[in-house]
Design a protein around this ligand. Structure first.
Ligand SMILES: Nc1ncnc2c1ncn2[C@@H]1O[C@H](COP(=O)(O)OP(=O)(O)OP(=O)(O)O)[C@@H](O)[C@H]1O
Length: 318
């Protein structure tokens, strides 16, 4: 059942230069999706429009039966039901973790406030830090407090706008894994915006790929990997090698097998040690440069080798 309905939204900051053009998307209740797009593709603008804190030029956003009003139409912009957390989300520096989480609940009765506070401290594993100030926490812990604060009002929709960008890779992965389980248990609907496909995949396998304010493709990662709709969607997953003599046909390095004797001959120009394989930069006989994955770390610079791939792995990219 559609829960959040975004319908034909248009937004331009400058005349005739729309950031979002006729943008439509439907999200079910409890769904967690990752919205991946390059910088400037309109991700943050879209989230602010969904949250009701940015005016749209036309189109509609519905949460259930409720039409989200533009901030100019509303005395207090935004909705308790829809909470947005972003990278520079500031905690109150002179307030403790407890006080930060309780801030949005000031108008609620004491027993409910206490109940929500304890629940959120527990959910996010922040009990031991309840009396700490933000500056006494790591970046990851601070973001947890920000998320706890956003969840304090029991929102139906949580919008995450690259909230983990300032964290290092390990912190980020750990936090995303923790949050993934928490979102599932809460049943909250989540849109996670990022430009990093790895982060997106850590949280969910529901992907929406955005480019220039338009959805280029949505679906499961494996589908997009094997049938990308355009170059941007294709390259999010890996480098592409152009197949000689075949127009608009490409092959991913991971789909290429390396042999000593049979196949298309190439010459190794460079070897780069990466986590799961050595990345080989090779030259084809027509002078083109390809990247290969040497999973057994066998080949060295100036060595000749041969490559093969299965024709069904070839990608046709318009
Ligand atoms: N308040 C504003 N006034 C004018 N232009 C804006 C405003 N906010 C965003 N823009 C422009 O709109 C475009 C889309 O910005 P937006 O922040 O929505 O993209 P994004 O995909 O979230 O980018 P990033 O990943 O870099 O944050 C950019 O070109 C930006 O400069």
């Amino acid at each position: 059942m559609t829960f959040l309905k975004i319908s034909k939204v248009i937004k331009a900051y400058q005349k005739d230069k729309p950031i979002l053009s006729d943008f439509s998307m439907n999200i079910n209740s409890g769904q967690v999706i990752s919205l991946v797009g390059e910088s400037g593709s309109g991700k943050s603008t879209l989230l602010r429009i969904i949250a009701g804190t940015e005016n749209r030029d036309s189109g509609e956003v519905y949460l259930g039966d409720m039409l989200i009003q533009n901030p100019k139409e509303k005395l207090v912009p935004g909705y308790d039901e829809i909470q947005l957390v972003y990278q520079e989300y500031k905690l109150y520096p002179n307030s403790t973790v407890e006080e930060n989480i309780l801030r949005p609940l000031l108008l609620y009765d004491k027993s409910y406030r206490k109940y929500r506070l304890e629940k959120l401290l527990e959910l996010l594993g922040l009990q031991d830090f309840r009396n700490n100030l933000p500056k006494e926490l790591s970046g990851g812990q601070q973001q947890k407090v920000a998320i706890a604060r956003a969840l304090s009002l029991e929102p139906k929709v949580l919008l995450l706008d690259e909230p983990f960008s300032s964290l290092d890779t390990i912190q980020r992965r750990e936090l995303i894994t923790e949050l993934k389980n928490m979102f599932k248990s809460l049943g909250v609907t989540v849109i996670f915006v990022t430009h990093d496909l790895d982060d997106a995949l850590q949280l969910t396998d529901q992907l929406v790929i955005l480019q220039n304010g338009k959805i280029v493709q949505e679906g499961k990662p494996a589908e997009i990997f094997s049938k990308p709709q355009n170059m941007y969607a294709a390259k999010l997953f890996s480098h592409l090698n152009k197949i000689p003599g075949k127009k608009k046909k490409f092959i991913r390095p991971t789909d290429i097998s390396l042999f000593k004797t049979s196949g298309l001959p190439v010459l190794v120009k460079d070897v780069q040690y990466l986590v799961h394989y050595n990345q080989l930069t090779v030259k084809l006989s027509n002078g083109e440069i390809w990247l290969l994955e040497d999973k057994n770390r066998k080949f060295a610079i100036n060595e000749k080798l041969h490559v093969k791939w299965e024709p069904e792995k070839e990608l046709l990219i318009k």
